[in-house]
Design a protein around this ligand. Structure first.
Ligand code: AMP
Length: 557
């Protein structure tokens, strides 16, 4: 199948050809035809499958004819984060470069005055984050009556960020007759109900197996005896030294750790930069641009900030932390192995991460992930804080490791893990300046992280970064499956209250967009005044408010 077979307009075909696309990706081949026929489409596809093209190409084709009127966009693309919205805008610009279509971007950090001027003149496509969009709608700056196509991208992320009420509202205030193109990498129950309520007999296009990861990504984990931050950073560097990294992203669960890890890597001569939601939008945009341009090759990121990041040459994704929500694992590792390329995903797993790790295994339907063995991990220096206190529990039940290795991890060693030495002082290793406060720890004999690391054959191919420490010696990395351990999982469960775990809905610290408070406080009927035709088809208002409705048959498996 070719793009010409799909019946796209010649001007779009020309732009696609210039981008070097030869054939449609599977999601494009399956989603574009029904989208062109004005059908609702439910796309279950992970990032990297070409899903942005799957919804922008047919939409551009349909918009080619007709013109926008003032403040009445003809197409709405709603994205959970600014980055993802910017990414969609970039796609629209590229695919639509030969079309005379106007686009506006309503996201934080972009001057509203300019976007408002565009809206006044009339835009064909409005790309927005939900909160911004509703804000402007409530202020009367946008009229929804002209919306012919509503695109919801990364709906599962919307759920994660607490945007579902906003999305419901957007469904309500757009004309009942609009076409909906709805994309999500995973299908949690709330998303299923949303689909059931608002989409009209959608054509379901499911590319990868539900909740699956791309086959082109080699997944590995490294078991750590403790969650101690210093051990984690040491382990991360140990692994990075041995990988052939062109471009890599390191994901941390907390913004604070994003900064710390980035600084730490810089100290060790790597070209690493942080990106997270606390940085001004201008800095985030610039950082992403510089990363894309190859100014530096390691991006240390929080989930939200890296969302929508589309860099084909990302060879590695590192999970410095096991994500709190298993779906994030799929999103994170989807940054590599894009569009059929090969990629590597490596995650650090400390004992207290076992519960979340098991959830990931459940989600991706695996019993185990290949394990990287870090031989000296027991003697890596510790900071004496962090989540290392669980170490003692881990040694007995690590089924995935070989017997010899397990026995090598003494309880004594583990016990002093993250908590030990609360009142004792020690000389700070060089790297600790990264983490502000000096932390006490028992005396150590050696500082393996300061020692030159041993390297594998792959290291020779590694891209040289100026100032990077030179590793020595031979490779010692081995790989074996890391089995789940139910006993440990239960222990981790018991330890759960001690964990720092954000609530699933509304992770306010990570949100890029404000909730549209006004819109939620209003009765949903107010929307009908604007559009004249509101509400979902199935179940009407009740099902909207309460997420009522049956689970669609295609999810029942
Ligand atoms: P997405 O899943 O939309 O984020 O796209 C992932 C990557 O695949 C992006 O870098 C796109 O530019 C690229 N891509 C999308 N469609 C195609 C195609 N038909 N052929 C080759 N690359 C594509």
């Amino acid at each position: 199948m070719t793009f010409t077979d799909l019946g796209l307009a010649p001007k779009i075909l020309k732009a696609i050809a210039e981008m070097g696309y030869e054939t449609p990706t599977p999601i494009q081949a399956q989603a574009i035809p029904p989208a062109l026929q004005n059908r609702d489409v439910l796309g279950i596809a992970q990032t990297g499958t070409g899903k942005t093209g799957a919804f922008t190409l047919p939409t551009l084709h349909k918009l080619e004819r007709g013109r926008a009127r003032a403040r009445m966009p003809r197409c709405l693309i709603v994205c959970p984060t600014r980055e993802l919205a910017a990414q969609a805008a970039e796609n629209v610009e590229l695919y639509g470069k030969y079309l005379k279509l106007e686009m506006a971007l309503l996201i934080g950090g972009v001057s509203f005055a300019e976007q408002d001027r565009k809206l006044t003149k009339g835009v064909d496509i409005l790309i927005a984050t939900p909160g911004r969009l509703l804000d402007q709608f409530e202020r009367g700056k946008i009229l929804m009556t002209g919306v012919q196509t509503l695109i919801v991208d990364e709906a599962d992320r919307m759920l994660d960020m607490g945007f579902i009420p906003d999305i419901e509202r957007i469904f309500e205030i757009t004309p009942f007759t609009r076409q909906v193109l709805f994309f999500s990498a995973t299908m949690p129950a709330e998303i299923k109900r949303l689909v059931d309520t608002f989409l009209h007999q959608p054509v379901t296009v499911q590319i990868a197996r539900r909740n699956s990861t791309a086959k082109t990504v080699r997944q590995r984990i490294a078991r750590l005896p403790t969650g101690d931050a210093k051990v984690k950073r040491g382990a991360l560097r140990w692994i990075m030294e041995r990988e052939d990294i062109d471009n890599g992203i390191i994901f941390c669960n907390r913004k604070k750790d994003v900064d710390i890890v980035a600084k730490s890597l810089q100290k060790y001569g790597l070209k690493a930069e942080p990106i997270h939601g606390d940085l001004p939008q201008s800095v985030r945009t610039k950082t992403l641009e510089r990363f894309k341009e190859g100014d530096f090759n390691i991006l240390v990121a929080s989930d939200v900030a890296a969302r929508g990041l589309d860099v084909d040459t990302i060879t590695h994704v590192f999970n410095y932390d096991v994500p709190f929500h298993s779906e994030d694992y799929i999103h994170r590792i989807g940054r590599t192995g894009r569009a059929g390329r090969k990629g590597d995903a490596i995650m650090l797993v400390a004992p207290l991460d076992d519960k979340n790790y098991d959830q990931i295994l459940d989600l991706i339907n695996k019993d185990a992930i290949e394990e990287i063995d870090i031989p000296d991990i027991d003697s890596f220096p510790r900071e004496g804080k962090g989540r290392g206190r669980s170490g003692g529990r881990s040694s007995g039940g690590r089924g995935g490791r070989s017997g010899g290795r397990t026995s090598g991890r003494s309880n004594g060693r583990d016990r002093d893990g993250g908590r030990s030495g609360g009142s004792r002082k020690r000389s700070e290793p060089r790297e600790d300046s990264v983490d502000a406060k000096p932390v006490a720890e028992p005396k150590r004999e050696a500082k393996p992280e300061d020692k030159p690391a041993r390297r594998s054959a792959t290291t020779a191919r590694r891209r040289a970064a100026p100032g990077r420490k030179k590793p020595k010696d031979d490779a010692t990395e081995t790989a074996k499956p890391a089995r789940r351990n139910d006993a440990k999982r239960d222990e981790a469960k018991q330890a759960e209250p001690a964990r720092e775990k954000p609530k699933r809905a509304r992770r306010s610290d990570e949100r890029d967009d404000k909730p549209a408070a006004k819109s939620r406080s209003r009765n949903s009927r107010s929307g009908s005044r604007s559009s004249g035709k509101t509400g979902g088809k199935a179940g009407g208002k009740d099902s909207v408010t309460g997420f009522g409705g049956e689970m669609p048959s295609f999810f029942q498996n």
